[in-house]
Structures are given as structure tokens and as C-alpha cells.
Design a protein around this ligand. Structure first.
Ligand code: FES
Length: 130
């Protein structure tokens, strides 16, 4: 089976006091497990929730990237997970408030807010890393 989307959830854990920190020390394993269970309950059989090693955005984590769109999120709570499942993975929108900073500039498609409104689209050609 080929999946429509892969969600990569960083669960890397570094020792306490590491200068970059790590997503694993910010509860990412529990959040990833929650997302996997909720995706199953919602019947999102075409979405794969993967654990990932370090995605190199440690300071902004817990880090999540969704492909094929290449959209990056910072996910701190189960409410954040629920919003991504609803707005991004079910409705095809973007959760503006959770986008990582570089992702804002890279977005060129309509953004859907948590209220379900189409909010904004970055101008084309703004570039930026996704
Ligand atoms: S530890 Fe999660 S992005 Fe590096």
C-alpha cells in the first residue's frame, strides 16, 4: 500500500542539559503515540504516522514534518495533534499557528485557520526552506 501522507514525528532524545535540547525531552513520544492512535480511530488508513530521528530543528521542536507537502509543524500538545489531524490531514489545509518559522515563508497554498477559514497565502516566489 502506498500512503497519501507520511507524518514524521521526531522522537530523538538527547541527554539532559544538551545545548540543543531534543524533541524526546519535550514529550514527543507520547504525542506521536497519541497521533497514531487518533489517526487510526479517525480511519485515516492512507496516512502513516512515523517516528523519526533528529530532523535538525531541535530548538523549535517537538518537530513534525508532513510529506509529500513538506510542511513543518511544532507540536506541543494533544490539542495541537488534533488540529493537524483535522485541518491538515482531513481537510487539506494548514494549521497556521503551528507552522515552524521557515515554513511560513515557503507556503504558497491557501492556509486554513483553526476556525476553518481560508486565511492567507504567501506570495509566490518567496522561496524559503520548507
Ligand atoms: S531532536 Fe527533534 S529535531 Fe532534533
Amino acid at each position: 500500500m502506498f500512503y497519501r501522507c507520511h507524518v514524521f514525528f521526531c522522537t530523538n532524545q538527547r541527554p539532559a542539559g544538551h545545548p540543543r535540547g531534543s524533541c524526546g525531552r519535550k514529550d514527543s513520544e507520547r504525542l506521536r503515540n497519541y497521533m497514531k492512535a487518533r489517526a487510526k480511530e479517525l480511519g485515516l488508513d492512507d496516512v502513516r504516522i512515523n517516528s523519526a530521528g533528529c530532523l535538525d530543528r531541535c530548538e523549535l521542536g517537538p518537530s513534525v514534518v508532513i510529506y509529500p507537502e513538506g510542511v513543518w509543524y511544532q507540536v506541543r500538545t494533544t490539542a495541537d495533534v488534533d488540529e493537524i489531524l483535522d485541518i491538515h490531514l482531513q481537510q487539506g489545509g494548514r494549521v497556521s499557528r503551528l507552522l515552524m518559522p521557515e515554513a511560513d515563508a515557503a507556503e504558497t497554498i491557501a492556509t486554513v485557520t483553526s476556525g476553518g477559514d481560508v486565511a492567507s497565502a504567501a506570495p509566490e516566489g518567496t522561496g524559503g526552506r520548507r
